[in-house]
Design a protein around this ligand. Structure first.
Ligand SMILES: [Zn+2]
Length: 302
C-alpha cells in the first residue's frame, strides 16, 4: 500500500515536470475537444502551488461559471464555523419526483444519507436541510473570500441564497482557477496560493470536517457521482468532486445546456496532483468526467 503510494507520488511528480516542456498533452486535449466539445483543463500541484498545465486559458482565468455542487465543501466549512459539526446526522432525500421543491437532482432520491454519502452523491436535499435558515449570507461570503473565491453574487432573496449555497441557480459564478486553488487548500494544510504560485495565506479549519470531505470525495470517485472516472481509469487512490452548473449564453441563462465540472486529486493523502476539467455547453458533470478520464489515461500511459 505504502509502496504504491510512493510510486504514485513519484510518477505524478515526474509527469508534472515533463509537462512543463511537453506540448503533447495540449495536442491531445485539442484532439479530445474535437470529439467532446469545448472544455478547459487545469492541472496543479497542491503541495507547492505550481500551475503545471493550462488548456483554454480564457475559460479558466477570465470567465466565470456557476460552480454547481463544487461549492458544497465551502458551504459546509462556512456552516460549521458557527454550528456544531455532526458527521453522523442523516436526512431523508425523497428526490426530484416526490418533492414540491424539486431540490435534488436524482429522480427517486438518495434515501436516508449521512454527510459522507451526501458529498459522494452530491445530495442537494441533505445540504438544504443542513443549512436552511441557519447559514448566514455574510458568513458564507466571508468563507468564500477566505478561500480566495472572488464572489460575484447578485442581490438575492433568502430562498435564492440557500439554493445558491447548495449549488443551484444562476446567481453565483466563479473563475475556475480560483475554485481549484481553493480546493487545493483542503488537502495541503490550508496553504492558499495565488495564480503565480505564491503563498498568500494559510487557512485554519476544522480537520474533522476536512477528513469528512476527503471521505466524501473518495466515495464520489469509487461509487458516487464521479464513479465514471474510476470505471474508466481503474486507478485506485484518487478522489474527486463533480458539479453541474447553469450555463449562460450572451449574458442570459441558457436552459438548454449546463456546464459540467470535475476536480480530481491523487493520491488522496498529501496529494501532489490536482486537475480541474470544465466543459461548456455540455451534458453535466458526467461529460466532464469522461474528458477527465481521457486526459488521465494519457497522463498515466506516458
Ligand atoms: Zn438527494
Amino acid at each position: 500500500m505504502k509502496t504504491n503510494k510512493i510510486k504514485l507520488i513519484m510518477v505524478a511528480s515526474l509527469l508534472l515536470l515533463a509537462w512543463k516542456t511537453d506540448r503533447s498533452l495540449e495536442k491531445e486535449c485539442s484532439r479530445i475537444e474535437k470529439k467532446r466539445g469545448e472544455f478547459a483543463c487545469l492541472i496543479t500541484r497542491p503541495d507547492t502551488g505550481q500551475i503545471s498545465f493550462v488548456y483554454n486559458r480564457r475559460m479558466l482565468f477570465e470567465e466565470r461559471f456557476c460552480p454547481g455542487s463544487l461549492i458544497k465543501p465551502f458551504t459546509l466549512l462556512s456552516y460549521v464555523a458557527s454550528h456544531p459539526f455532526d458527521k453522523d446526522k442523516t436526512f431523508n432525500c425523497k428526490g426530484f419526483f416526490h418533492t414540491k421543491d424539486r431540490l435534488c437532482w436524482l429522480g427517486e432520491g438518495h434515501g436516508r444519507v449521512d454527510l459522507v454519502h451526501a458529498i459522494a452523491f452530491s445530495c442537494n436535499h441533505y445540504f438544504m436541510e443542513l443549512i436552511k435558515d441557519k447559514l448566514k449570507k455574510r458568513s458564507f461570503l466571508r468563507t468564500l473570500a477566505e478561500f480566495g473565491i472572488k464572489e460575484d453574487m447578485t442581490t438575492i432573496s433568502d430562498t435564492d441564497f440557500f439554493k445558491t449555497a447548495v449549488g443551484l441557480g444562476p446567481f453565483f459564478r466563479v473563475k475556475p482557477v480560483h475554485l481549484l486553488l481553493a480546493f487545493n487548500t483542503l488537502f495541503n494544510r490550508g496553504a492558499l496560493y495565488n495564480i503565480k504560485g505564491e503563498l498568500i495565506s494559510r487557512i485554519e479549519y476544522n480537520s474533522d470536517v476536512i477528513e469528512c470531505i476527503r471521505e466524501g470525495m473518495r466515495g464520489s470517485y469509487l461509487y458516487g457521482t464521479g464513479k465514471k472516472i474510476f470505471d474508466e481509469t481503474k486507478t485506485k487512490d484518487m478522489m474527486c468532486k463533480t458539479g453541474t452548473g447553469m450555463a449562460f449564453e450572451k449574458g442570459k441563462v441558457d436552459y438548454k445546456n449546463t456546464v459540467g465540472w470535475v476536480i480530481v486529486f491523487f493520491p488522496s493523502y498529501e496529494p501532489t496532483f490536482s486537475m480541474l476539467v470544465l466543459v461548456r455547453n455540455g451534458t453535466g458533470s458526467e461529460h466532464a468526467s469522461i474528458i477527465a478520464s481521457e486526459i488521465l489515461d494519457i497522463v498515466t500511459e506516458k
